[in-house]
Design a protein around this ligand. Structure first.
Ligand code: ADP
Length: 633
């Protein structure tokens, strides 16, 4: 017998600790995880056997057994599925393969002991949850078609050993838990029956429970209906069954936000059960993350890796789709460009968006509020659909919610249109890195004076869809940080007071502007009087034909641009400082001070816009100089 002892990968120890500590109150879920793995193993074998029927030959009835042995103190979950070879055992049960694990653990550490079931749930605890109830776990496995079995064993602390063994013919996996002293309840028939029923009733394979009661030898009793849940009539499925099915397919622990159960008959026939998760998966922005929808063909699992089944912007959706039309022996490789799949994809997207719209537009406010929570978690991802999926753009815009200058809550575009001012012909937007900075941006001033609402866009993705989307219900989107803005058709909320000082006369202003253009040459593209400022002296905007300010910053950060384009500096002819500067421009003796002010104002505008200062040292020196003079130094 060859035996090797190997340490766990570092992350495994950390996941184990986290799981044991934070899920202890729910430790019975280990059984759900093991049954779930067993069912996946059978699904995978059934798929392989389509091409290689001999793999099923000696033992054709796929099933899962849960066997208690009170004398030995062990509980075994056994399947006759695909099994694992030696390397797979080491790889699957000795490492944490999912990308983003390290980041997840950091997050969990920050939350500390609070790392609750919900967080763990997003991660999917899997096999390691066994160690909540077991002091030792042995996994005996024989891969379908192979002649040897392997025994993996571990106490969940130091590492694991793998050795060859004779057990477990012809194939499959047995997970044998040596239960801890405080976990003996998982040997009792009523307790086991209750848990397995609860967690596994939706599983489409027979689950046999084998628990000796008293001295009677154990009899194997099938305790589930073993029919595919998504094929059962809606009225026969309980909320708990729906929820457990979600936990199983999503590897999740939370309650789903929405569920879509449907059967389509007609030119194409398929059924499905899809879920939108209740909380944001920790790897939602991981570039390799895919949707979690499994494709079945007439109840046979085919793949959970088919990108073409749902668009990227619905990558948080999980569940099952079962086609009646595809051939069973369809190869996974050709599915990507299959016409049936393309057709189903359209239908699935429509169903998901319909359900989201139903909740968003529900009669009662409580339900509508749920949409806001959903949007908070997933809105930035759905917005990717605004540029990817022209066909569903309007429907996505209906679902979209925004922060705006109208209060602190979320607003819909319909709300916005309802509040548009007379003379206003566009949906006004401003984008930037943080809501807080946006709310105090000088670019909003004219809108505030006119009571015109502005949408505050703080998701990076906003920069990408805005240029693609023509408008909403005939009203175009208009960014305040780009080009000239003329809102003179909208009346001011309060008319200008009689005593308001007049703006700088045109001739004087022309002189100042000419001065600024020469002194700031190379730093700005243009200097012009502003129609958007009422309080601030200056602001920076993008050229009408250029990229929006924030998009440029974003592209530069991601090395798609070498340098930011030059901005347009707008000055406010009504501002006291600008008035005074216009006087200084006429006086040769004050030119040096004026130049200092010009540079300071430009840097100040950069700061207000969130742009980097090209020379912060020079800014600080100039500012100190001006302050020293102001305090008489
Ligand atoms: P997950 O199921 O989320 O991938 P687990 O930690 O539960 O994570 O399992 C890790 C991997 O081990 C699985 O992806 C699967 O490849 C393999 N595995 C677990 N249990 C079984 C089993 N009963 N039969 C075959 N393979 C299994």
């Amino acid at each position: 017998m060859t035996e090797t002892v190997q340490p766990f990968e570092a992350d495994v120890g950390r996941v184990l600790d986290l799981v044991v500590n934070s899920l202890y109150a729910h430790r019975e879920i280990f059984l759900r995880e093991l049954v779930s793995n067993a069912s996946d193993a059978c699904d995978r074998l059934r798929y392989l056997s389509l091409a290689q029927p001999e793999l099923l030959a000696d033992d054709p009835e796929l099933r899962i057994q849960v066997i208690a042995d009170p004398k030995a103190g062990t509980l075994t979950v056994q399947d006759n599925g695909i099994g694992m070879g030696r390397d797979e055992l080491a790889q699957n049960l000795g490492t944490i393969a999912r990308s983003g694990t390290a980041r997840f653990l950091e997050q969990a550490k920050e939350i500390g002991k609070e790392a609750d079931a919900k967080l763990i749930g997003q991660f999917g605890v899997g096999f390691y949850s066994s160690f909540m109830v077991a002091e030792r776990v042995a996994v005996i496995s024989r891969k379908a078609g192979e002649a040897v079995s392997w025994r993996w064993e571990s106490d969940g602390r130091s590492g694991f050993s793998i050795a060859e063994t004779e057990e477990l013919a012809p194939r499959g996996t047995a997970v044998v838990l040596q239960l801890r002293g405080d976990a003996k309840e998982f040997l009792e028939a009523p307790r086991l029956r209750q848990i397995v029923r609860r967690y596994a009733d939706h599983i489409a394979l027979p689950i046999l429970l084998q628990v000796p009661e008293g001295d009677e030898p154990a009899e194997a009793v099938q305790i589930n209906t073993a029919s595919a849940l998504w094929r059962r009539p809606r009225g026969e499925i309980t909320e708990d069954q729906y929820k457990e099915f979600y936990h199983h397919t999503a590897h999740a622990f939370d309650d789903p936000y929405a569920r879509i159960h449907f059967t389509v008959e007609g030119r194409l026939s398929y059924s499905g059960l899809l879920y939108v998760p209740g909380s944001r998966p920790f790897d939602l922005y991981d570039p390799v993350r895919r949707h979690g929808v499994k494709l079945y063909v007439r109840r046979v699992f085919i793949t959970d890796q088919l990108e073409g089944l749902l668009p990227r912007y619905l990558r948080f959706v999980t569940g099952v789709v079962d086609s009646e039309d595809l051939p069973l022996n369809v190869s996974r490789e050709t599915l990507q460009h299959n016409a049936v799949i393309a057709q189903m994809k359209k239908g699935l997207v429509r169903r998901v968006l319909d359900e989201l719209a139903r909740i968003a537009g529900a009669e009662d406010e409580e339900t509508r509020k749920r949409h806001l929570e959903f949007w908070d978690a997933f809105g930035a991802v759905l917005k990717e659909g605004l540029y990817e999926d022209g066909e569903n753009r309007e429907r996505l815009l209906d679902l979209a919610r925004f922060r705006s200058t109208h209060g602190d809550g979320w607003v819909s575009l319909a709300d916005y249109l309802g509040r548009m001012k007379e003379g206003q012909d566009a949906i006004l937007t401003i984008s930037g890195e943080s809501l807080k900075a946006l709310r105090s941006s000088p670019l909003l001033e004219v809108c505030r004076a006119k009571g015109a609402e502005v949408l505050l866009l703080d998701d990076a993705v906003d920069e990408f869809w805005l240029p693609m989307v023509e408008g909403y219900q005939g009203k175009p989107f208009r960014s305040l940080s780009k080009g000239e803005i003329d809102l003179s058709a909208i009346a001011d909320l309060e008319p200008q007071g009689e005593d308001a000082p007049p703006p700088v006369a045109d001739a004087k202003l022309g002189l100042l502007i000419a001065f600024l253009k020469t002194r700031l040459e190379g730093e700005v593209q243009d200097v012009r009087p502003s129609r958007r400022l009422t309080e601030s002296a200056v602001c920076l905007v993008a050229d009408e034909h250029g990229l929006d300010l924030r998009l440029e910053r974003f592209l530069k950060e991601h090395r798609q641009l070498d340098a930011l384009a030059k901005r347009v500096l707008e000055i406010n002819p009504k501002h006291a400082l600008i008035r005074r500067m216009a006087e200084m421009a006429e006086n040769a003796a004050e030119r040096d001070t004026l130049e200092e002010l010009a540079h300071l104002l430009l840097d100040q505008a950069r700061i207000a816009e969130g742009e980097p200062l090209p020379d912060p040292g020079a800014f600080a020196r100039r500012l100190s100089g001006v302050l020293a003079r102001a305090v008489g130094g």
